[in-house]
Design a protein around this ligand. Structure first.
Ligand SMILES: *[C@@H]1O[C@H](CO)[C@@H](O)[C@H](O)[C@H]1NC(C)=O
Length: 288
């Protein structure tokens, strides 16, 4: 009520702006995920439904972000320290794969229906997939479970340690066309540019499957790329061949600023069944 009274005292235009703000979700500041929140973890929380999709009769082992088992064969690997669960992000916040590789802290709030509640301790998840039918704020967990539970979550940097990007190629690369993905990023990628033969850089198109496609060519390796994170940091690196592999680059670590920079209860120990969690998830296969 207070808000409406205040609004009525202002000019019509200001009141309209405030009312429009009230009608949208409380957390949104323009981006599908508020990336600034990664400098101040916990400052912005999203909420929605949490569901489970894991352990469906072994069709897809990669999930749509394409990381697959390539570099994520154990959840204890350097690039995913602390990650306990892979997560399918709702479609609006997946944003055509921009959210791939994003780490999040999530927990159940206790409300919901089903046999296996999502625990109320904070856990770390990593976005490796999309949940097309999930509403804004909702996440689908790549693990066995039952029910639909209210969850809250917020974005955090991935704990990549001293690890660098990893490159992997898809399809049949040739001198005129190739497609590749990048995993093990501290923050998600917003833009990727390739250096062309005349020295200029141009943006590559990103697919729903988190792959970057280059066509036109002819291309020759080594290739120089510029990768920009969702926080705006740009790093330059060289891909030696279509074998992919380890990079030299990683996004610089940003200082944490928020009062809630350390969640009250951080990630617990990694689950014993890491590999199983990754191999699950048949119905998410949406590869082009
Ligand atoms: C979706 O991703 C693109 C590419 O990274 C970005 O430019 C755009 O701002 C994002 N949209 C939202 C709503 O976050």
């Amino acid at each position: 009520m207070q808000t409406f009274r205040t609004a009525a005292a202002m000019s019509g235009w200001a009141a309209l702006v405030i009312l429009a703000g009230l009608c949208t979700a409380p957390y949104v500041a323009g981006d599908a995920i508020d990336w600034d929140a990664m400098s101040s973890p916990g400052s912005i929380k999203y909420s929605g439904d949490g569901t489970y999709y894991g352990q469906q009769s072994g069709q897809d082992d990669g999930a749509v972000c394409g990381f697959g088992k390539r570099f994520a064969n154990t959840l204890g690997a350097e690039w995913s320290t602390g990650v306990q669960t892979f997560v399918a992000m709702n479609r609006p916040q997946y944003n055509n794969s921009e959210a791939c590789g994003q780490c999040i802290m999530y927990r159940g709030t206790g409300a919901g229906l089903g046999m296996l509640p999502i625990p109320s301790e904070w856990q770390m998840g990593m976005v490796t997939n999309v949940c097309p039918e999930c509403a804004y704020g909702s996440i689908d967990l790549d693990k066995e479970g039952d029910g639909r539970w209210k969850v809250e979550w917020y974005p955090v940097p991935c704990d990549v340690g001293s690890g660098t990007f990893k490159y992997y190629f898809g399809g049949q690369a040739n001198p005129y066309w190739f497609m590749f993905g990048i995993s093990n990023t501290r923050y998600p990628i917003a833009e990727l540019k390739l250096r062309s033969f005349d020295g200029s850089f141009y943006s590559l198109a990103r697919g729903w499957n988190n792959m970057w496609a280059a066509n036109g060519g002819p291309f020759s390796f080594p290739l120089v790329i510029q990768v920009t994170s969702v926080l705006g940091d740009t790093v330059t690196d060289t891909i030696q061949s279509t074998s992919g592999g380890d990079a030299k680059a990683q996004f610089p670590k940003r200082a944490l600023t928020g009062p809630a920079a350390t969640p009250a209860s951080g990630p617990a120990s990694a689950p014993a069944s890491g590999d199983t969690a990754i191999t699950a998830g048949g119905r998410r296969l949406l590869r082009a």
